[in-house]
Design a protein around this ligand. Sequence first.
Ligand code: F0G
Length: 489
Amino acid sequence: MSETPAAPVKVKFFSGEDIPLELHKVRIVQKLYLRPVDERLKAMQAAGFNTFQLSTLDVFLDMLTDSGTNAMSDNQVSSMLRADDAYAGSQSFARMEAAVREVFGTQYVIPVHQGRAAENVISRAFIKQGDVIPMNYHFTTTKAHMEISGGKIFEIYTDEALKIKSSFPFKGNMDINKLKALIKEHGAARIPFIRLEASTNLIGGQPFSIANMREVRKVADQHAIMVLMDASLIGENAYFIKQREAKFKNASIKDILLTMCGLVDMIYFSSRKVSSTRGGGICTNKKDLFLKVRDLVVLFEGFVTYGGMSVREIEALAVGMYETTDETVISQSPSFIAYLVNELDKQGIPVVTPAGALGCHLDAMGFLPHVPQKEYPAGALATALFIISGIRGMERGTISSVRDDQGNDILADVELLRLAFPRRVFTLSQTKFALDRLTWLYKNRELVGGLKFVDEPTVLRFFMGRLAPTSNWPDRLVKQFKKDFGNSL
Ligand code: F0G
């Protein structure tokens, strides 16, 4: 019997209930703390109303991110014991190389310590001052690295991408006409590469289609421009292709991954996401491209057979790579997200649809229409949800943006509160708890007010910045919570 059952992995319930099913057993557990509401308020105050600053001792469901928090499999953990500690020529690296060759179909692979390290190296290797970089959408660290290297980013998404409510299956697609116009305007010589981000993170974990990738490839070939793929969330993007792109309905995830990777010149990834471990990598079939990044990896990351990663992590990465081709693994997070998104949507609670990868994305401007965007509705919603539930989400709105030259906030396209579902970490009853508390919060949304910065770093301010509420609204929220829930946590 094959270890990987044939698709589809969806299980139908006799009762007719449409709920996700955990296709694994839990063998190692970690205790969680659900603190009383007064303690949660105190923890939030101490954290400067920034969920990045909370201690996990105060957090019940940590839905901040899937980065480095996906559950590892038994095979991944056990592989770490056979790590071959060597500065150069480690067998652990040989196993990683073999895994990436098989799963992505790329000959050359080089480890780096995490996704943004790949972005640093690639930006330095290929971007010159004044260059133009088309992409379906930016990611925070991507944009920061590419701009430091002198590049200017152009996001050329389709009209559907930023609509909160949509049934468009591929909101991560690139708009081909806009891509052609951009190349015409700036000239191919100023475009070092076109970047495609799988399961586009900041617009709600939304995938692109292979049909769209093929169109991008065609335009790139006409102008001899390189195509770069951020594959940090490639497994989920492949899963959505199988679900939503008719041509690939019967294809295996393995074949879909190989098709995707075969359409680009270079791939990089954060293995904190794609293979449920730590680290990252850069891969390609083109020797000239490989050599350009190789020398920078040696300079910034470490020798080419470890690239800043521990060999134990490299072993787990290799196993995680193979597991990315297993539909029972990569379908887990999307199916729990779909459950929460669809239940919220049924109640009219504003949430990004269709459900995507990585997390459930609440539309904070729809949820809190009375909070002006300059008072950071997504940050306010993250604060309020933590206080009333102990659930830690991540602001993905204007706090995650930057200021312009005059010091004004550049308002984000969308104000989202992301509730991440790391792979195989949360159960259905925990998901139902999140649904229940969000429902209560929506009914009491008028109690939630805005936030303002009191300490604001100049780079990636959302990580370390400290904020304060614009009024004493958190106290009012706690009062109402106690009225409705009594002594309940
Ligand atoms: N690219 C994408 C699409 C990402 O989602 C991330 C990280 C990175 C690059 C950078 O990788 O963290 O390993 O340096 N995303 C995390 C998140 C941080 O929470 O979404 P890294």
